[in-house]
Write a protein that binds this ligand. Structure first.
Ligand code: NAP
Length: 237
């Protein structure tokens, strides 16, 4: 479970733990992860903490290998960590493009590739990649982010096709507006205006995204693969 130190990732980790999964919490901030782990264990759940910079290729390989070795299996991979470096096209630097593509797409590709082996070995796996409705629609000021999130759709559908015969499913959850540190960076009036136009008239909660992830990672979700589930209050309608 990546990006588990704050925001949507915390809700997903807590939900999977409440459903009886042992959850491996991954992000850079060890303090953030430890505080989430404390909440999970106090609620009777099981988890361990693995600080990792997912932008670091060697660290990603070591992470998946370590989890598969220490736990003997890897059932579920939720690629939720993500960043933004917003700016209009004409002002967007190569660095802003590269860093977003590197973390939001390349690291997810590398995580899926590393996880495929242990999942295929046990003939069971659930991969959920967290994209965004912006990856389906585009968004002014987010060319880099939208490109990476759109890339996740093609990546996930391809993984689903390759691994389907081995009992491994791969799906995308595409949230709309969810109140987290990420959306706190947006101008409040812009957010309020956008939310007013949604059919449900409010932003989503991390727990609502977690519910979608929990559904797609359930043992019973074995016939759902290559899908994009928008959890966006009807935005994409
Ligand atoms: P957030 O509050 O900014 O949290 C991002 C998470 O990613 C944090 O746990 C962060 O932990 C981790 N992360 C960032 N860089 C990392 C790195 N190099 N290595 C490891 N972990 C890293 O974001 P959020 O709003 O919860 O979003 C979660 C996901 O949902 C993202 O993929 C985002 O694109 C997507 N999404 C969000 C919204 C929304 O409205 N919030 C809408 C659509 C899609 P550390 O800083 O501790 O590393």
């Amino acid at each position: 479970m990546t990006g588990a130190s704050r925001g949507i990732g915390v809700a997903i980790a807590e939900r999977l733990a409440a459903d009886g999964r042992h959850v491996v919490l991954v992000a850079r901030s060890e303090d953030g992860l430890r505080s989430v782990a404390e909440t999970i264990t106090q609620a009777g759940g099981s988890c361990d903490v693995r600080p990792c910079d997912l932008g670091d290729d060697a660290a990603v390989d070591a992470l998946i290998e370590g989890v598969a070795t220490d736990h003997g299996r890897l059932d579920i991979l939720v690629n939720n960590a993500g960043i933004t470096r917003d700016g209009l096209l004409l002002r967007m630097s190569d660095d802003d493009y590269d860093i977003v593509m590197h973390l939001n797409l390349r690291s997810v590709f590398r995580m899926c590739r590393a996880a495929a082996r242990p999942m295929m070995r046990s003939r069971f796996g659930r991969i959920v990649n967290i994209s965004s409705v912006v990856g389906l629609w585009g968004n002014a000021g987010q060319a880099n982010y939208a490109a990476a999130k759109a890339g996740l759709v093609g990546l996930t559908k391809s993984v689903g096709k390759e691994l389907g015969g081995k009992g491994v499913t791969a799906n995308v959850v595409a949230p709309g507006f969810v109140e987290t540190d990420m959306t706190a960076e947006l101008p409040a009036d812009m957010l309020a205006e956008a939310v007013k136009r949604l059919p449900v008239r409010r932003a989503g909660t991390p727990a609502e995204i977690a519910h979608a992830v929990a559904s797609l990672t359930a043992d019973e979700a074995s016939y759902i693969t290559g899908q994009v589930l928008c959890v966006d209050g009807g935005w994409m309608g």
